[in-house]
Design a protein around this ligand. Structure first.
Ligand SMILES: Cc1cc2nc3c(=O)[nH]c(=O)nc-3n(C[C@H](O)[C@H](O)[C@H](O)COP(=O)(O)OP(=O)(O)OC[C@H]3O[C@@H](n4cnc5c(N)ncnc54)[C@H](O)[C@@H]3O)c2cc1C
Length: 430
């Protein structure tokens, strides 16, 4: 018989994805009494379908510092978290040089292990030392991060759930939050669910792309004014925008995707300004394009640039999209563009549902903040499978501590103009 939902609990977490599970793990580790409710179950959302890339490469200092902390958590138990610390390599054309140099320099300052190669010859030499069949032209900058890599999405979430349970947290699948009851201070006192009402002291909302629904239940505005760093104000912007993130898989033995010394390949992320052609010479695109790919359980997985689907989007049932018809040419062509071993990869493209929807905030960066006196919202703007340390920081904040890692992601920044710097890259996904 399944356990009965308690009628009251000090800390109730909504959502059994990376943020909800990590929060519950750390709250329980601190001795807190915590439950996680999920309308479906563990890994039912974005965390269960993410490509699983763990990287530090972000132009924004606050993102980089947070990601460095996240990598430490991944590295703390690679086996249970199904984490592969293969590293990550970002490559780009001249337009990417200044950003990647800046990212590298900051990595040096914060002690994140990486190396940088600049100039076409240097980049080619480095890549050929790793892959004898490397052949992507026109790349003049290479940031090779020696930490980070990837993890297997669902397995890692089940590993995280085991850790949370072992620490004393309880997880209730099949429990949907349907509303909140507030007191006169605006704090939530009762959480209404499909299985009854729970009295609470603290609530953590970690519902991934379903955030807009919970945001509305909390009575928060779905449009807002955003002050820019120069003092001007952009009026009446939508709080949430949805993008569809396409992913693909080619069924090639992952053992073929190894480096010259036989190790599992780092994640490769290529932004290119070169024409992209199919193996039989047809032009796929002559616009700037980008791709990342990594070994998967039985194949090679990765994605290309996201497509915007707008401000209104139905994310139930999730994920609900299909692969863009052009993607089946584009993605294998980009693998073959980079590595000779992937010539002909098009025929191994797996026609399976792949990818999903992300909910992006008004500035495309996370909001990690108290949005009601006792309700902490973790809305990662779709950056967050890798952000496994956010739950640790939330657990600290719930006990009244300050988190300097989460502070830059407070909601107040939209009113004060204390926004994150925006890169100059022509590749908006980088
Ligand atoms: C195709 C794709 C690829 C991605 N690749 C990467 C990547 O390589 N690296 C990376 O860092 N990030 C990646 N991301 C982003 C990342 O997956 C998300 O940012 C992250 O997983 C969000 O985690 P979460 O815990 O907030 O939410 P989720 O993992 O979505 O979990 C939310 C949970 O809340 C539950 N829920 C929703 N509403 C309710 C309710 N009313 N009551 C109870 N439960 C509810 C859902 O059932 C779900 O299980 C990718 C995203 C997509 C879509």
């Amino acid at each position: 018989m399944s356990e009965q939902l308690p009628s009251s609990i000090p800390t109730l977490v909504i959502g059994a994805g990376v943020h909800g599970l990590s929060t519950a793990w750390h709250v329980a580790k601190q001795g807190g009494d915590v439950i996680v409710v999920d309308k479906t179950g563990i890994a039912a959302g974005a965390s269960g379908i993410a490509c699983g890339v763990v990287r530090n490469n972000y132009f924004q200092p606050a993102m980089q510092e947070l990601m460095a902390a996240c990598v430490e958590v991944w590295e703390s138990d690679p086996e249970a978290l199904h984490y592969h610390g293969t590293g990550y390599i970002a490559l780009g054309p001249p337009a990417q040089e200044s950003d990647l140099i800046e990212v590298f320099e900051r990595q040096q300052r914060i002690g994140y292990p990486s190396e940088l190669h600049v100039g076409a010859g240097e980049v080619e030499r480095h890549m050929r030392s790793l892959y004898a069949d490397w052949r992507a032209p026109g790349l003049t900058v290479c940031l090779h991060e020696h930490a980070g890599g990837f993890a297997f999405n669902r397995e890692s979430m089940f590993g995280l759930a085991d850790k949370a349970r072992a620490a004393g947290a309880r997880i209730f699948p099949g429990v949907e939050v349907t509303g909140f009851e507030f007191d006169e201070s605006g704090a939530v006192r009762r959480v209404n669910t499909s299985q009854g009402t729970v009295e609470v002291e603290q609530v953590v909302v970690a519902v991934g792309p379903w955030v807009a629904t919970l945001w509305e239940m909390l009575g928060l505005p779905n449009r807002l004014d955003v002050r820019q760093p120069d003092g001007t104000v952009n009026k009446d912007l939508p709080m949430w925008t949805y993008w569809y993130l396409q992913e693909g898989e080619v069924e090639i033995d992952p053992r073929e995707f190894v480096t010259a010394d036989g190790r599992t390949s780092p994640v490769l992320h290529v932004d290119s300004d070169q024409p992209l052609l199919t193996d039989d010479g047809k032009l796929v695109t002559d616009e700037p394009w980008g791709v990342y790919f990594k070994p998967d359980r039985k194949s090679i997985q990765g994605g290309a640039e996201p497509q915007q689907v707008g401000h209104e989007f139905e994310v139930d049932p999730y994920p609900g999209g299909t692969v863009d018809p052009r993607f089946v040419d584009m993605w294998p062509a980009s693998l073959s563009h980079c590595l000779g071993r992937f010539e002909g990869a098009r025929q191994y493209f797996r026609h399976v549902r792949s990818g999903g929807v992300g909910a992006f905030t008004v500035d495309n960066f996370p909001v990690f903040d108290y949005m009601r006196p006792n309700v902490f919202v973790a809305a990662d703007s779709n950056h967050g499978y890798k952000m496994i340390a956010v739950g640790r920081e939330i657990a600290r904040v719930l006990t009244g501590e300050h988190s300097s890692l989460l502070h830059p992601f407070r909601y107040e920044r939209f009113a004060t103009g204390d926004l994150h710097p925006v890169s100059h890259s022509p590749y908006p996904w980088s």
